[in-house]
Design a protein around this ligand. Structure first.
Ligand SMILES: *Cc1c(COP(=O)(O)O)cnc(C)c1O
Length: 506
């Protein structure tokens, strides 16, 4: 600050006190505009399609060789980007499983980016914050003392868990997968194909992980589900026995706490028993459902989760933190470390200075340079408290029960699957229509709900039938928002079932 910068010495910082003042004014306006955006959400449509002019402005522009300045770049953001996100902040957004974020989480992400620390490890306060968040999560979710690391999403969290499982179980079988991978080398015994299990309702991360890890999709054994969409534990035991008889090497069972389609939770105690009896690793995908454990009243739903060897879950879904924030916990810290630690001379730990303690987070996954995702978790949990998060989860479950009751009360609405948690799958069923016609009607109904900005459910297919799917991880939703959805479904459903009624709808 004391030595003035020569005009030819470039920097991305403002260069003079005047430039700093101007940037400060712009920065304050950015914060102000975004807070206004958040405060005004309920009055806005849930989603608005992009006008063609905006589409054109955002595509095919020449590479900006010379800058237009922060003011102009920000003005373009305000005009072209800010009005057209996917709507997941809105109180009537229940599509897929997308978290809503929070104002405090947003500010924490800004602070994290401002501080911009390197979270491979190192001996600095941000690292202690992440260690603290991981320790809290272990304690809160029934895995005290577990090793953990924050990750971008549940896909990565469960993939890391599965990778630890593979390494640990292969070692028991006498194979070092870190050295040999899954390949048959001429000078080493050919490995039995390693296979793992999960229900047919397991999220798509399992397939990606199997492919990435060189196991192949074939190694993911999809176990049938019962009428409640939970893994059929007898079928699981039978498949393991058959696979062993066929010379395969089972290594892991994935149980799901909160399936993506219907919010079902496997009988995790029974799955844990299978894993104990068979010597298999027990991984739980609790992308959104793991946090149910925070609620004393709902905890029985995920009983058995606390017996997991590893647990992957999101904080950006039901935890309401801004995307991206997820976590993997591994019960045995030594096994977690053994699966990923990769010492290098340029990353060596020192006895003093900044590199004390090495790079513990880099040793728990694939990432080396990592951002300060822990800050939003740490600040939000401290500011609001875990009890409030538990109450919000209970609120979403109660709201979903309310929605289910409204569906049950109306003869033209049909619930298509049990709704044990926060997901309801249903459809509009007018008399005198074939199943294909009903599918087509409900698909059009969904699109009209979205395009008119009324609400955003997403869809799925259950037993071959097209379903409107409401997944409620939304802390902004009120009961009245779900009532508005039901009213709109009935109205649009009638409009579609009786084309003559279309003119009557504005
Ligand atoms: C969302 C989800 C995932 C994937 O998590 P991402 O954060 O989207 O990567 C995995 N499993 C289940 C059950 C999910 O709902």
């Amino acid at each position: 600050m004391t030595t003035p910068r020569a005009p030819h010495e470039e920097t991305f910082d403002p260069r003079t006190p005047e430039e700093w003042a101007a940037f400060r004014t712009l920065a304050v306006r950015m914060v102000d505009d975004m807070l206004t955006h958040l405060a005004d959400l309920p009055a806005q449509p849930t989603w608005r399609p992009m006008p063609d002019a905006v589409r054109a402005a955002l595509a095919g522009q020449p590479v900006p060789r010379a800058g237009i300045g922060a003011e102009a770049a920000y003005a373009d953001f305000v005009a072209q980007v800010m009005p057209y996100p996917n709507g997941n902040l809105h109180p009537r957004f229940w599509g897929w499983v997308e978290g809503t974020g929070t104002p405090l989480g947003m500010m924490a992400d800004m602070l994290a980016a401002g501080l911009n620390p390197h979270l491979a490890g190192f001996d600095h306060a941000p690292a202690l914050v992440e260690h603290q968040v991981v320790a809290w999560m272990g304690e809160l979710l029934g895995m005290p003392g577990a090793s953990g690391v924050l990750l971008p999403g549940g896909t990565m969290a469960s993939t890391i868990g599965l990778a630890v499982a593979r390494h640990a179980k292969a070692r028991e079988l006498g194979r070092d997968t870190r050295a040999l991978g899954m390949q048959a080398w001429p000078d080493a015994a050919a490995p039995a194909p390693m296979v793992f299990y999960g229900s047919s309702e397991t999220h798509g991360w399992a397939r990606k992980a199997a492919e990435l890890m060189g196991l192949g999709d074939r190694a993911f054994r999809r176990v049938p589900v019962d009428a409640e969409y939970r893994i059929d534990v007898r079928a699981l035991r039978a498949m393991i026995a058959e696979d062993r008889a066929a010379g395969l090497a089972p290594f892991c069972v994935v149980g799901t706490a909160g399936t993506v389609n219907t919010g079902a939770t496997d009988d995790l105690t029974a799955v844990a028993d299978v894993c104990r009896d068979e010597g298999l690793w027990f991984h739980v995908d609790g992308a959104f459902g793991a946090l149910v454990h925070l609620s004393e009243t709902l905890r029985p739903i995920v009983a058995g989760m606390e017996r997991a060897d590893s647990l992957g879950f999101d904080l950006h879904k039901w935890g309401s933190l801004p995307i991206e924030c997820a976590c993997v916990l591994v019960r045995d810290p030594a096994l977690h470390h053994a699966a990923f630690a990769a010492p290098a001379s340029y990353l060596a730990s020192m006895t003093r200075g900044l590199a004390v303690g090495g790079l513990p987070f880099a040793d728990r996954g694939l990432d080396l340079t990592r951002g300060f995702k822990a800050l939003k978790a740490w600040m939000s949990l401290r500011a609001d408290g875990v009890d409030k998060l538990a109450r919000l989860i209970e609120q979403n479950v109660a709201q979903t029960r309310h929605l289910v009751a409204r569906i049950a009360a109306h003869p033209e609405l049909e619930l298509l699957a049990p709704a044990p948690l926060n997901i309801a799958c249903f459809r509009y069923v007018p008399d005198g229509m074939s199943e294909p016609e009903r599918d087509a009607l409900n698909e059009e109904l969904l699109l009209r709900l979205q395009e008119r900005g009324i609400a955003v459910p997403s869809s799925t297919v259950l037993h071959g039938r097209f379903a409107l799917r409401v997944a409620n991880v939304n802390h902004r939703t009120r009961r009245a928002d779900l009532d508005a959805l039901v009213d709109a479904v009935l109205l649009i459903g009638a409009e579609l079932a009786r084309p003559s009624a279309v003119e009557a709808i504005p």
